[in-house]
Design a binder for this molecule. Sequence first.
Ligand SMILES: Nc1ncnc2c1ncn2[C@@H]1O[C@H](COP(=O)(O)OP(=O)(O)OP(=O)(O)O)[C@@H](O)[C@H]1O
Ligand SMILES: [Mg+2]
Length: 139
Amino acid sequence: MATFTSNSVAETIAFAQNWARQLLPNEVVGLVGDLGAGKTHFVKGLLQGLGSTEDATSPTFTLVHEYRSGRLPVFHFDFYRLNQAAELAEIGFDDYLEEGGIVVIEWADRFAEALPERTRWIRLDAGGASERTITDETR
Ligand SMILES: Nc1ncnc2c1ncn2[C@@H]1O[C@H](COP(=O)(O)OP(=O)(O)OP(=O)(O)O)[C@@H](O)[C@H]1O
Ligand SMILES: [Mg+2]
């Protein structure tokens, strides 16, 4: 279990950017952490690491944002406002898992049972105003 301590937004983005370079088609990244822990900023870095020119923003009113300008497409979900797993079936969530892109999910632990075994788990914890620990908890 690898832990990185970030002391700024820029360090979080740089970490995620570097971390994302290993990602292969159909990988799933589950982000876990409280409000303001830095999940969306991790996604911003992940996109940059895949060579995307887009800026990630949380999918709030739609369940998914799709970014297609990088080496792999990225499907960005946020389970915060999801009420039940059945809503995932309605939007064809399982199809996104097999699209050949990267599925990255904020608040992934809210519906962990909807995610495949191969999911990589990243936890972010706030240590102070600008300190965040980022732990790769992939089991
Ligand atoms: N080291 C850091 N890394 C990331 N964000 C930081 C850091 N230090 C301070 N911040 C601040 O913490 C906040 C993180 O916001 P972000 O939207 O990424 O969180 P989130 O986990 O996606 O929250 P939410 O659950 O609301 O979606 C921002 O306001 C950012 O400026
Ligand atoms: Mg967010």
